[in-house]
Design a protein. Structure first.
Length: 91
């Protein structure tokens, strides 16, 4: 199972149990995941923004742009733009 899928499932369980998303991914690890899945690009834990409701990977440029999709704000998940690979939390 892909890292983002595991994280999204854990976040959904957290939301169902506590009626809110956690402030950090680390807050969910012990309750719903054995370990925090790693970003395939930089080998560090996957990133998350409660405020933006996204889980993301740094992408091919290896820069953490804090879940930004593209420079001009359009939703384009292509790594060639040098921004993060973002997965929206739709619950």
């Amino acid at each position: 199972m892909k890292p983002t899928t595991r994280i999204l499932i854990a976040l959904k369980y957290r939301q169902l149990d506590r009626r809110e998303l956690p402030d950090t991914l680390e807050a969910s690890v012990t309750d719903y995941l054995d370990t925090l899945p790693l970003d395939d690009f930089d080998g560090k834990p996957m990133k998350y923004s409660k405020e933006k409701k996204v889980v993301y990977a740094v992408g091919t440029d290896l820069v953490d742009n804090r879940g930004r999709l593209t420079q001009d704000g359009h939703e384009d998940l292509s790594p060639e733009y040098g921004y993060d690979l973002v997965y929206k939390i739709n619950f």
